[in-house]
Design a protein around this ligand. Structure first.
Ligand code: PHE
Length: 361
């Protein structure tokens, strides 16, 4: 039918159709119907050959005008539909960057790490720096230099893990306490010292209150006029800061360690009622740490003159103070890596106000 239409009418019809399509596929269908091999415009052009020569020029110009108008309209419409499609896609794929993120499963800080951080922060504020030593020690640093000679009964108390001899004849062992770090510090750097040494320690022992590997933190202060009063003040400040009880009562009980003289054990005041332990209240006592004035023999063993340098040392179990502060009843659970235990007793990494006083608040 279209063949019979005038070029003007054809143009008007096709332009109307083009304007009416709402998607690219329909537009393509119109293009094929108009400009395709068998399209109405194409046929119109081909019909030119059948016309008498005198009509061809005018008709040819009219046909060309149709073709141009339709091609152009299709291009324009295509541009508009493309832009609209892009707009729609952008709108659909839009991401609201202001929405809060979905919570990701995050890990927890192990109570041992948390406690170590707290201890380091407290002693750090008092001016201590952190020192380290190896887990695999030798007899000299772990015992002999600490005034525990070969036949000393204290060696039996330590239930040492011995390693095969290294060939050079030096007996290796897993350190039974962090005290060898005292020796390493004094032998490698000149005094004065104010160090703490947190780390792993090992004893061949395993029951409800002992694990073969556990953690201690050692403290050493050596200066020219350091005395027992400094030891007392330092440990009092520390215990009060760590347990977050300002008037925490402390008791210094005489004790014995081969490497300190005099030696003491430090107890903190507590109440035990109905299986519940309350720190800082009541009239009961709980042992917390061992301490004393560094034995002159230890200073001599490290090349220091006890007539010039004196000081104090202390050591405490990290699991023990973590259990007390955070109410963890069983020592063994620290090392079972039970994810339920870790998510219950562990600490969030980021939402803590400070290292000192790590209780989530
Ligand atoms: N090293 C002792 C222990 O493991 C603790 C301690 C350290 C005691 C320093 C006094 C001075 O039991």
């Amino acid at each position: 039918m279209a063949d019979l239409e005038t070029p003007e009418k054809l143009t008007v019809d096709l332009l109307a159709e083009i304007a009416g399509v709402s998607d690219l596929a329909s537009l393509e269908a119109v293009r094929i119907r108009a400009l395709g091999q068998n399209g109405v415009v194409t046929r119109l052009m081909k019909g030119l050959a059948a016309l008498p020569p005198e009509e061809r020029k005018a008709q040819g110009q009219a046909n060309n005008a149709v073709k141009r108008a339709v091609s152009q309209a299709i291009e324009t419409r295509k541009g508009a539909l493309d832009a609209a499609a892009l707009e729609a896609r952008l709108a659909e794929e839009r991401i609201d960057v202001t929405l809060p993120v979905r919570p990701e499963a995050t890990g927890f800080i192990h109570p041992i790490s948390q406690t170590m951080d707290e201890l380091m922060a407290i002693f750090g504020e008092m001016g201590f720096t952190v020192a380290e030593g190896p887990d695999v020690e030798d007899d000299f640093h772990n015992f002999t230099a600490l005034n525990i000679p070969e036949d000393h009964p204290a060696r039996q108390m330590h239930d040492t893990f011995y390693l095969p001899s290294d060939g050079a004849g030096t007996a290796k062992l897993l350190r039974t306490h962090t005290s060898p770090v005292q020796i390493r510090t004094m032998m490698s750097t000149p005094p004065p010292y104010r160090i703490i040494a947190p780390g792993r320690t090992y004893r061949c022992d395993s029951d409800i209150t002992h694990t073969p590997m556990f953690h201690q933190i050692e403290g050493l202060v050596i200066d020219k006029a350091t005395h027992m009063g400094h030891l007392k003040g330092c440990l009092e400040d520390f215990c009060r800061a760590y347990f977050e009880v300002d008037d925490l009562p402390l008791r210094f009980r005489p004790s014995y360690f081969p490497f300190t003289e005099p030696s003491c054990e430090v107890d903190i005041g507590c109440a035990r009622a109905g299986g519940e332990l309350r720190i800082g209240a009541g009239d009961d006592w709980l042992e917390i740490l061992g301490a004393g004035m560094v034995h002159p023999n230890v200073l001599v063993n490290c090349g220091l003159d006890p007539g010039v340098w004196q000081g104090f040392a202390f050591g405490l179990g990290i699991e023990r103070v973590a259990m007390l502060k955070y109410g963890i009843p069983d020592l063994r659970t620290f090392f079972e890596s039970d994810i339920r235990w870790l998510s219950h007793y562990g600490f969030a990494a980021l939402d803590q106000p400070s290292l000192v006083g790590g209780l989530a608040r």
